[in-house]
Write a protein that binds this ligand. Structure first.
Ligand code: SF4
Length: 61
């Protein structure tokens, strides 16, 4: 997650609230850098829905 790109839309939190939250300034924070498999679809959707392209998902692990 690139906080410099984040515009605080909150889409990631709405889509995957187990993995993302927003700080006091509205910027996204990652709660779980290595999200469990059960959240993978939600995280993938959050990546696709982020209007600022601020989130990436590594599938190498
Ligand atoms: S969806 Fe993207 S722009 Fe919106 S809060 Fe999350 S990281 Fe930031």
């Amino acid at each position: 997650m690139d906080a410099r790109r984040c515009i605080g839309s909150g889409m990631c939190v709405l889509t995957a609230d187990e993995v993302f939250d927003q700080d006091a300034d509205g910027r996204a924070v990652v709660l779980r850098p290595e999200p469990p498999a059960a959240t993978r679809d939600a995280v993938r959707a959050a990546v696709e829905l982020c209007p600022a392209a601020a989130i990436g998902l590594s599938t190498d692990r």
